[in-house]
Design a protein around this ligand. Sequence first.
Ligand SMILES: Cc1ncc(COP(=O)(O)O)c(C=O)c1O
Length: 428
Amino acid sequence: MAEALLHMPQGVAENYRYWGEEKTVFIDHAKGCYLTDADGKKYVDFRLGYGPIILGYSDERVDGAVIEQITQCGTMSGFSTELDITVAKQIKYLCPNVDKLRFANSGTEAVMGTVRTARAYTGRDRISIVEGGFHGLYDEMMWKSDIENWDARTQVNPKVIPFGSGIPERTKDLVDIIGLNDFEALEQLFKTRQDSLACIVLEPIIGNAGSISANRSWLQRLRDLCDQNGSLLILDEVKTGFRVAKGGAQQLYGIHADLTTYAKAMGNGYAVAAFGGKSSVMDVVGSHPGGVVHGGTYTANLVAMSATHATLKILTETDALATVDRVGMQVRELLGRVFTAAGIAHTFAGPPAMLGVHFTEQVPDTYRKWRQTNHSLYKKFAWKLIEHGVMLEPDSREPWFICEAHQSIDMGWLEEMVTRAMTEALSE
Ligand SMILES: Cc1ncc(COP(=O)(O)O)c(C=O)c1O
């Protein structure tokens, strides 16, 4: 860390890796569901790089496919390949909500692509997002309700603040933030923004707010209002896609978006993303007059595409996701046993592949309700788990991610560590 501080702000390659000068983690190697840090300490990892690892680290089936591909064709040429079509077809097979798609390198880029496409298609500028969601680091999406400093006892709405400095105030001018599952806010939004609302962007299962999820009836009402108003529904499945089900959250809800973003699990940790939707909408993308500009030097590079091809083939042809669900349920039951024995009110949100763990009586259904959970106990508990070799984000807004390789963990050991961590957290 001392050396890293000389070369990078806060000694890290990006902000979210900074856990303080004493606690920032440097990884030496990773295999399956295990991480080993630079000091040789081994962890079972439930953080999984914020979700991309769906099979396991260094998966030989995926890595082997990448090596074979780049040995034959290099990593990129800036031209199209047959693999573009093959992978597009794989995605369409799993996600019937997608007729046509384009590729990208990160979730942020995919979200930018959908919003630009929606604006072009509708000829409207305004967008709306949902409280507690996260859609990547570009200025317009970097406004949030200040839940941390909000007094939950008041009826006053939290302030809307930027994620940090350097974000021009005017980038929020076209953005409205509404609460998840808030019917009144939904009706109000469509009433006030009618002809100007291009799209609403949301995570139906909020992977950045402890898997707090949209109720089906609310999501259906949103779908209907979008249709009536000519606004597009964009579901950000960067975290849920190819994880919570083969067809993502849309398969679980049976409600389809006009445009969807995918990233993370589709490449088992290789940098890849995609966005797509109805042909009528996606056909505004292109170099024809008036078309939406989309592109990038590294788009659909062969490292990303061969990794995605291999990962999606495994997810399609094997029961990897059923294994993820089964193991996730075991972890959930194990946690529940320990919390019950310790007398801690607890509940779980979201599907087992992306498990939200909350210390409260009832499953929170809004981000504001997350604020009323015992997140400070969770933080203490999580830090103790990390000490005992169980890696996770020490913030209950980040769910526990499960990968196929977790099937090999010793559940008895895990239960012992969870029990120990909770006992220590409670005695602090
Ligand atoms: C739902 C969602 N959308 C978009 C993003 C941005 O993706 P990336 O970090 O790949 O740019 C994230 C990242 O965590 C995310 O969780």
